[in-house]
Design a protein around this ligand. Structure first.
Ligand code: NAD
Ligand code: UDP
Length: 316
């Protein structure tokens, strides 16, 4: 049994990770300031004696005894991270710095939740970990992309300078039950619009692509990466599903799976919206023996069931 700190543990991925770690018998401390989440997401864990919650902003130093730290604290949806870009950049940079200082004091191993956004609007396809990326440093996405890039730099510098034990997961678009209702991400937006028979808002002509990973697959990958050892363990690892779809095809699938009467409506493409994204997961497969298992169809069905149930509660 390991004592594990999860920053951002009340968020979408964090709440799934906390539950999985508790199910494996670990002690979990969740630190969060609820910037993009609420107490309800972890309320059912309160009765578990192996779980504790710390209301904390990671831009401030932390003092928690733990053997492992998953650093997930950071808004992930474009509308969330762009609504206070300075706070977003501070969360990635100061948050990671504070977590690394904590780890330096306690000897903990740190896993950083990095992102495919470090590749920006990529010029190679699929994206492998050796690619340095194509990021606009002054655009509206930069608070997130550059913050995550700086966080990776801090991780690697602490490793080289102080011998810190690091793991870097470059997470690609992840979806599943308990996504925030109104965070504006494409899967949640389309499902909610479809369930209300409202127009599905397609950015541009919808030919841009993403590759969507179901949250349980992602969580297994994070845990495998945290626990792997060996000479390559401290290098960045892509975690995502390789099945790439256009945004237009995603909309049509969700309409079909929900039996919706929704029609497609084009809206302006956001600034610096990446054209295409697909992970090369050869490193994760070789290092972790990991690859995603849940198909897009299965994952969307499970996510739609969750959103339907929440809609009933919200409509009541
Ligand atoms: P989320 O917004 O649901 O969760 C983030 C959590 O961090 C929230 O609970 C939020 O309140 C908390 N938080 C934000 N700022 C904080 C601060 N200063 N101090 C303490 N807590 C703070 O996002 P998510 O989808 O669960 O993403 C989790 C992590 O994974 C993020 O670091 C994100 O960048 C990364 N990631 C997610 C995706 C994805 O598709 N969901 C893709 C790539 C990377
Ligand atoms: N998108 C869309 N309609 C929406 C929300 C998003 O067409 O209502 C598009 C968005 O422009 C992008 C893709 O879906 O091309 C993924 O967007 P999301 O915000 O989910 O994630 P990210 O851009 O960070 O990959």
């Amino acid at each position: 049994m390991t004592r594990i700190l999860v920053t951002g543990g009340a968020g979408f991925i964090g709440s799934h990770l906390c539950r999985r770690l508790l199910a494996q018998g670990h002690t979990v401390i969740c630190a969060d300031n609820f910037r993009t989440s609420a107490a309800e997401s972890i309320a059912e864990l309160d009765d578990d004696p192996a779980f504790s919650f710390l209301h904390h902003d990671v831009t401030q130093p932390l003092h928690v005894e733990a053997e492992q730290i998953y650093n997930l604290a950071c808004p992930a949806s474009p509308i969330h991270y762009q609504n206070d870009p300075v706070a977003t950049l501070k969360t990635s940079v100061l948050g990671t710095l504070n977590v690394l200082e904590l780890a330096r004091a306690t000897g903990a191993r740190v896993l950083q939740a990095s992102t495919s956004e470090v590749y920006g609007d990529p010029q190679i396809h699929p994206q492998h970990e050796g690619y340095w990326g194509h990021v606009n440093p002054i655009g509206p996405r930069a608070c997130y992309d550059e913050g995550k890039r700086a966080a990776e730099t801090l991780m690697c510098d602490y490793h080289r300078q102080h011998g810190s034990e690091i793991r870097i997961a470059r997470i690609f678009n992840t979806y599943g039950p308990r996504m925030h209702w109104d965070d504006g991400r494409v899967v949640s937006n389309f499902i909610i619009q479809a369930l209300h028979d409202e127009a599905i808002t397609i950015g541009g002509d919808g030919s841009q692509s993403r590759s969507f990973c179901y949250v349980s697959d992602l969580v297994e990958g994070l845990i495998a990466l945290m626990n792997v050892t060996g000479p390559d363990a401290d290098r960045p690892v892509n975690l995502g599903n390789t099945h790439e779809v256009s945004i237009r095809d995603l909309a049509l699938r969700i309409i079909a799976l929900t039996g919706s009467a929704s029609v497609l409506e084009s809206i302006p493409l956001p600034t610096d919206d990446p054209r295409q994204r697909q992970p090369d997961i050869a490193r994760a497969e070789a290092l972790l023996g990991w690859s995603p298992r849940v198909t897009l169809e299965e994952g969307l069905k499970a996510t739609i069931v969750d959103f339907r149930a929440r809609k009933v509660l919200r409509d009541a």
